[in-house]
Design a protein around this ligand. Structure first.
Ligand SMILES: C[S@@+](CC[C@H](N)C(=O)[O-])C[C@H]1O[C@@H](n2cnc3c(N)ncnc32)[C@H](O)[C@@H]1O
Length: 397
């Protein structure tokens, strides 16, 4: 794992210019940033039609195959990031256990629950940042062992406890703040700790407390790496502390920038909204001399149908900026061109997303190894079920 981390780290450092940028901002200038170093890559990117860009965004394998003509090193990424997929048979759920669980969530918790049950060590469970305790319900009902569900939101604790009691499950909800030092009291050395989609620092606190209390096992799937309290990423393992990558919050978001798969309408809305935002930014820059990007609040989708000029008037009101007389159609078109330029740039970054995610996950895995755990990484479900499908499983040596 250390060797893998070091190779990945060197690769990410050596290829920083290909992933370390924000396409939204970099597309402010019309030239692709790799023009001087890799003209053929840029010529190819410029030749892509919107349809081809859309296709490559959705098909990462096709993208890697084509882009590797210009960036051969990219083929290396798959050899590192193809984690084994856990074999699951599907659990036979007792009646009512899935009550109130949304469809896609159910698939995730069933897969994660089965993985945790198959790899179980300990005589009880701790469900960290449990929400309503959907995963805990499965663990309690399948194993017959007690589950402590730790959650910040009182309302979720109450609703989770109510449902667990109704189903006669041995679950106890504990309301608490994962960042408070007292929350270590929720841990004990008989527990196998689990966490489905614990964001940023929440999975970090799980690792800290779990390893301090030397829990027999921890099984978790990390997500939202950018939700951290510090300004930059705080490496945990010695190897990551030695790395020269100092990741800021916007870089920590890169692994989460998955392609929108919400159907045609969602896709159309995203294109329209981004076109408006990019066009408005250009309008402010060119017609008003505003160099600094002005963040615009989120808008209701229904507002888009009022058109670009209405959007500009609304956005300028929000920012208290007076707009000059301009040709709105011209700036809308510029916004559209810039949108596709942004998408072209994103194609170069796309294959690095999983590599960066693996770097972040390996940091935690190496830290757990340092703390005396044996760690396995795998995928607990398909990427279609959830793109945040990496499972870290650590057992005390
Ligand atoms: C992404 S959700 C995951 C919930 C659940 N594991 C699931 O997958 O359905 C993260 C959960 O962490 C909880 N949370 C956020 N901040 C917390 C904190 N400081 N301490 C404890 N729980 C927290 C949220 O209320 C939320 O229920």
């Amino acid at each position: 794992m250390l060797h893998l981390f070091q190779s990945l780290d060197r690769f990410l450092v050596d290829n920083q210019s290909l992933w370390r940028f924000e396409p939204f901002f970099t597309s402010r200038t019309n030239t692709l940033p790799w023009l001087a170093d890799n003209t053929s890559l840029c010529t190819w990117l410029e030749s892509l039609s919107p349809e081809q860009i859309e296709h490559l965004k959705l098909d990462n394998d096709a993208l890697v195959e084509t882009i590797s003509d210009y960036l051969p090193q990219i083929t290396q990424i798959a050899t590192w990031t193809n984690l084994p997929t856990l074999k699951t048979r599907g659990l036979q759920l007792s009646r009512g256990v899935d009550s109130g669980v949304p469809g896609r969530k159910l698939q995730q918790i069933v897969s994660m629950g089965e993985a945790a049950l198959n790899l179980h060590h300990g005589s009880e469970w701790l469900e960290w940042c449990s929400g309503k305790g959907f995963l805990g319900r499965i663990l309690a009902s399948q194993s017959g062992q007690a589950v402590t569900s730790f959650e910040y939101q009182q309302a979720l604790c109450e609703s989770g406890q109510h449902e667990a009691d109704k189903q006669g499950l041995t679950m106890k909800f504990v309301q608490g703040d994962a960042f408070s030092p007292d929350s270590i009291d929720a841990f004990n050395s008989n527990q196998h700790a689990v966490a489905l989609h614990a964001c940023g620092d929440l999975h970090v606190s799980l690792i800290h407390y779990g390893s301090q209390k030397q829990l027999p096992a921890l099984t978790f799937s990390p997500c939202c790496y950018h939700l951290i309290r510090a300004e930059t990423y705080q490496p945990m393992s010695d190897a990551a502390k030695r790395s020269s990558l100092a990741l800021n919050k916007s870089e920590l978001r890169i692994p989460l920038q998955e392609t929108v798969t919400g159907g045609e309408r969602v896709k159309r809305h995203r294109i329209e909204e981004m076109t408006f935002r990019l066009g408005f930014d250009l309008l402010l820059k060119e017609a008003k001399g505003v160099e600094q990007y002005q963040p615009i609040p989120s808008i209701k989708k229904s507002q888009l149908s009022e058109g670009f000029a209405a959007f500009c008037h609304w956005a300028s009101e929000q920012k208290g900026i007076e707009l000059p007389e301009v040709d709105y159609a011209e700036y809308e078109e510029k916004g559209r061109q810039r949108y596709w330029q942004m998408e072209r740039m994103s194609l170069v970054q796309q294959p690095f997303r999983r590599a960066l995610e693996l770097w972040l996950v390996l940091d935690k895995a190496l830290y757990l190894e340092q703390c005396g755990y044996k760690v396995k990484l795998s995928q607990f479900c398909s990427r279609e079920t959830t793109p945040r499908n990496i499972l870290v499983h650590a057992t005390k040596r």
